[in-house]
Design a protein around this ligand. Structure first.
Ligand SMILES: [Zn+2]
Length: 183
């Protein structure tokens, strides 16, 4: 009698567009499409990477796993990969954004839209001279120091107008820390 292992069904499934496999013994996390994943006979499946101190990534597939964890449109994976490669975004930075911060990215006509916490950002495809590559949702500040997010976006000035710099800005942004008490 032939018995299907859980991971065979999992790997053969074309319906699931996300997914990671954590090896049972070593606890190393692999992307579903990792070269090594079909050799794993004992492992746990997870749909989302949750940051934890003990989490270790497979070195072969960690970049792909980080990107997969953060994008809502997996069919566009190749576009993200090319964009992050061409703009020299490090794997560490992608892990910080898409795993530790839990940011979610989606591709639109004007750029990559990123939701991080309650804030929305855009990484613009085409950046005119003198304009910032990064846009941030508009908001108004109340007298009490809290804020309300409103319609539209404003240009977010960053020190160097590069994609890694923009991603660092998104990761570091914390409204309470920057505006809550002091302004
Ligand atoms: Zn792997």
């Amino acid at each position: 009698m032939e018995e299907n292992l859980w991971w065979e069904d999992f790997l053969n499934s074309q319906e699931t567009e996300d997914g990671f496999i954590i090896t049972e013994r070593s606890g190393i996390l692999h992307d579903r499409d990792c070269f090594y994943a079909d050799r794993i006979r004992h492992g746990n499946r997870t749909d989302m990477i949750r940051p934890s101190a003990g989490l270790r990534f497979c070195r072969y597939c960690q970049r792909k796993a980080a990107i997969r964890n953060g994008i809502t449109d997996y069919g566009n994976y190749k576009i993200y990969e090319k964009y992050f490669d061409q703009n020299q975004v490090s794997t560490d930075l992608l892990i910080r954004l898409f795993v530790e911060k839990g940011a979610e990215a989606t591709i639109f006509a004007d750029g990559i839209h990123i939701v991080c916490g309650e804030d929305k950002w855009k990484l613009k495809w085409n950046c005119k001279k003198g304009r910032s590559i990064l846009k941030h949702n508009n908001y108004v500040r109340s007298a009490a120091g809290s804020r309300y997010i409103t319609k539209g976006y404003h240009e977010q000035r960053i020190r160097r107008n590069t994609v890694p710099e923009a991603i660092c800005y998104i990761i570091a942004y914390d409204y309470e820390a920057y505006h809550g008490e002091t302004n």
